[in-house]
Design a binder for this molecule. Structure first.
Ligand SMILES: [Zn+2]
Length: 267
């Protein structure tokens, strides 16, 4: 039986018959990869710890006719804090669900893998509290990290927005009133002339597009220091959600769960 080694992060698992568990992971060498962990749901299974969601591990796998299998696991980073707190769990689930939505098997993208690992590590280390006591601190640490993750993910998958000049004509966009028009369909800002023909236009404070540009340039954790007015924070969250929904044509389920948690924390 052919054996191979691969590193990966568990995106999700799915129970199969006979105490087996199907593991869907993202790997830097194979892209999204699925393998069965035989007997992993039995007590004292040696595989159980290494196939929990978010775990980063090196897997020794065997090649199967239809489905490969995992014979050994060596955990590299367990990211245990992600499973110990509901807010962190929701944030990490959302990140993994997005990765699952944008990636495919046999399509390795090491930069996407690195982004996922950095994100999970930062989420595990960040303060889980949602700071809802004042509107100025509308975005908690986890939310900020997820914003950065989402824009970096969009950029790496070919949807990097153009915010410095009109995406249709390339002219600088005048923002006399401090606002810019962003076309979700075109993927960037549009000037007055081109806003009319563009699809899905949102008028936003220029502070918002500036913040996205900053997030894209800076390392992921720099998002924790992002300064935004309360209005811009809400507009940034809405733009991120709409932009992703438009380009991915899918709204991850765990996002809705995260929103419920935030609403509860704010009420
Ligand atoms: Zn234009």
């Amino acid at each position: 039986m052919a054996l191979y080694r691969c590193e990966g992060v568990v995106l999700r698992t799915h129970d199969l018959a006979e105490a087996d568990r199907l593991v869907i992971m993202y790997t830097p060498d194979r892209g999204k990869h699925r393998a069965v962990a035989k007997g992993a749901r039995r007590p004292r299974s040696r595989l159980a710890a290494g196939i929990q969601p978010f775990t980063r591990a090196v897997y020794l796998c065997w090649q199967g006719r239809n489905l490969d299998g995992i014979s050994q696991v060596e955990v590299v980073e367990s990211f245990a804090p992600l499973r110990a707190h509901l807010e962190r769990l929701a944030a990490a689930s959302y990140a993994c669900e997005l990765m699952d939505a944008v990636t495919q098997e046999n399509d390795p993208q090491p930069r996407l893998y690195a982004l996922l690992v950095f994100t999970l590590r930062a989420l595990a280390e960040a303060e889980p509290e949602v700071h809802a006591e004042s509107p100025a601190a509308l975005l908690g640490g986890l939310e900020r990290l997820l914003l950065s993750f989402q824009w970096k993910l969009l950029a790496l998958t070919g949807f990097r927005p153009t915010f410095d000049r009109c995406i249709a004509c390339g002219e600088p966009v005048a923002d006399s009133a401090g606002e810019v028009a962003v076309s979700l369909a075109e993927g960037g800002v549009v000037c007055d002339r081109h806003a009319r023909g563009a699809g899905m236009v949102r008028v936003l404070p220029a502070e918002v597009t500036g913040a996205v540009t900053g997030l894209l340039r800076a390392p992921l954790k720099a998002a924790l220091g992002l300064r935004l007015s309360p209005g811009a924070a809400a507009a940034l969250s809405a733009l991120t959600r709409d932009y992703l929904a438009y380009h991915l044509e899918r709204y991850p389920q765990s996002r809705a769960f995260l929103d419920v948690l935030r609403e509860q924390a704010g009420s």
